[in-house]
Design a protein around this ligand. Structure first.
Ligand code: G
Ligand code: G
Ligand code: MN
Ligand code: NA
Length: 252
């Protein structure tokens, strides 16, 4: 199909870029990290969101070279910013299942960090529960290798899938990202759910990050339930790397 061919070309023609969204520590009010988010500036169709082309890249296998490109770029750009600001920022990178399954994934991740000197514990790989449900031997051993390398693992979109907390306890996950679906305050059950997730995470010694915080009411809501890390339009939208210093300065 057309979009698939376009995607190959986009990759070669540098139409792809990374945007970054700050992650804020509510205790200090400061930016502690960023999430890297792929963007495709299509010459005719405009900005195409990753929800439309990441699935295609997964189906075609293009996600493997694309994912390596993302890892390299995200590590390099954030390492540049870490040096400029003399701040210990982390960078969170989304990893899709097919990319994780690739036999070269660990080596590619290691190389991306080494090339620019990013400390492994400042890279956070965002995976989803889908990767964990099958309890595959190879996934399990890869997660342990990454953990021994010092790379952090975040469980993305938490609460939308299986949400089995047994996975969280079983695998070396260090951050749970509560899905933005739970930020709607008109749904009473969300208070209970967010409260329960943070309580269990506390008990397991995990960090919790609330996604999709858009208002001060939502900030208060999640802070009251013991969630310390936040990300959302209330603080900043994802922005190009060149705008990141200004956006961080505005938050801090
Ligand atoms: O930025 P936006 O809300 O459009 O992102 C939509 C989805 O695309 C998110 O679920 C996010 O995890 C995914 N995504 C964004 N960037 C990447 C990336 O670099 N790799 C992968 N595999 N998924 C990404
Ligand atoms: O699935 P994942 O968590 O990787 O998706 C992140 C996506 O969520 C990004 O594409 C980003 O644009 C979007 N996002 C980030 N903050 C907010 C927010 O406050 N509200 C909404 N609606 N989307 C957000
Ligand atoms: Mn994510
Ligand atoms: Na998410």
């Amino acid at each position: 199909i057309a979009l698939e061919q376009d995607l190959h070309r986009a990759f070669e023609k540098e139409e792809l870029s990374l945007y970054y969204q700050p992650q804020v520590d509510l205790l200090t009010g400061k930016v502690v990290g960023v999430e890297a988010l792929l963007r495709w500036a299509h010459p005719e169709k405009g900005m195409i969101p990753p929800s439309q082309f990441v699935p295609i890249a997964e189906d075609t296998g293009l996600i493997v070279p694309l994912g390596e490109w993302v890892l390299n770029k995200a590590c390099r750009e954030i390492q540049t910013l870490r040096k400029q600001h003399k701040e210990d920022y982390t960078v969170a990178v989304n990893v899709s299942p097919r990319q994780f399954d690739d036999p070269n994934f660990i080596r590619a991740t290691d190389l991306a960090m080494r090339r620019c000197g990013l400390p492994p514990n400042r890279l956070e790989l965002e995976i989803t529960e889908g990767l964990l449900v099958n309890e595959s031997e190879s996934v399990c051993s890869k997660l342990s290798v990454l953990n021994r390398m010092g790379v952090a693992l975040a469980l993305d979109d938490f609460g939308t899938g299986y949400s089995s907390l047994s996975y969280v306890a079983k695998y070396p996950v260090s951050v749970i990202k509560i899905d933005r679906a739970f930020m709607s305050l008109d749904r009473k059950e969300n208070a209970a759910i967010v409260g329960a997730i943070t309580a269990i995470a506390d008990g397991l010694g995990l960090e919790v990050l609330a996604e999709g915080v858009e208002t001060s009411e939502q900030q208060r809501f999640i802070a009251q339930r013991g969630c310390r890390l936040v990300q959302g339009f209330y603080y900043a939208k994802p922005v190009p790397f060149s705008s990141l210093p200004r956006v961080i300065e505005k938050i801090n």
